[in-house]
Design a binder for this molecule. Structure first.
Ligand SMILES: [Fe+2]
Ligand SMILES: [Fe+2]
Length: 202
């Protein structure tokens, strides 16, 4: 992707993401930062990973996601809106990539990753390193100090005081082995989990 094309893509994605969940644009920028870190040491295609990350969460702008906000951390993945946002993100991504004249093969691959990006089993079933890196980059933003602010923005200022937070800690600890398959992803997630105090007694 040329710097000019990336600029245009960012300019298209930003207003859509700003209509989604609070903090979705900033989340997207962090996933891109993590995506580049992963790409610097792992095999994966920048032309797939980076556009997929720009557009992966655009679908939240098109749906009602109150069930997602209200569900406890362990139940969020069972919500209707979690499934729906992937479908809508895929639809929006397809439109944006067509508008920007991405090659058909590239567009199809990006859209099919976005369509399952929050479903680890389906991502691994694609057997595509670029898909794995998209998921790892996205999930890295569940760790580290900056992600703490993201959770407060999305779920309210009391999030860290509530029982839900403890449930979230357990999920993130288990997620370290479940979600991260690459050496770089494993190292980064563990470092940020430590920085977040995830191994302290919560
Ligand atoms: Fe997502
Ligand atoms: Fe995301």
């Amino acid at each position: 992707m040329t710097p000019q094309l990336e600029k245009t893509l960012a300019a298209k994605a930003r207003p859509i993401l700003e209509k989604g969940r609070k903090g979705d644009w900033e989340h997207t920028l962090r996933t891109i930062e993590y995506g580049r870190k992963l790409l610097s040491t792992e095999k994966g295609e920048e032309d797939i990973v980076i556009p997929a990350l720009y557009l992966h969460d655009t679908g939240w702008s098109a749906i009602d996601y109150q069930d997602f906000i209200k569900a406890s951390p362990a139940k969020k993945k069972e919500t209707r809106s979690l499934q729906l946002h992937m479908k809508q993100s895929a639809r929006i991504a397809d439109e944006v990539l067509q508008e920007l004249a991405f090659a058909r093969d590239q567009r199809i691959r990006i859209v099919s990753i976005i369509a399952v990006h929050d479903d680890p089993e389906k991502i691994f079933a694609l057997n595509d390193m670029s898909a794995t890196l998209v998921m790892e980059a996205d999930r890295l933003d569940r760790y580290g100090k900056r992600s703490a602010k993201r959770y407060e923005d999305m779920f309210g200022p009391d999030y860290f005081k509530e029982a839900a937070w403890k449930e979230g800690v357990t999920m993130r600890r288990d997620g370290l082995d479940e979600w991260f398959k690459t050496k770089t992803g494993k190292a980064l997630s563990r470092r940020m989990a430590e920085e977040m105090g995830l191994f302290n007694n919560v």
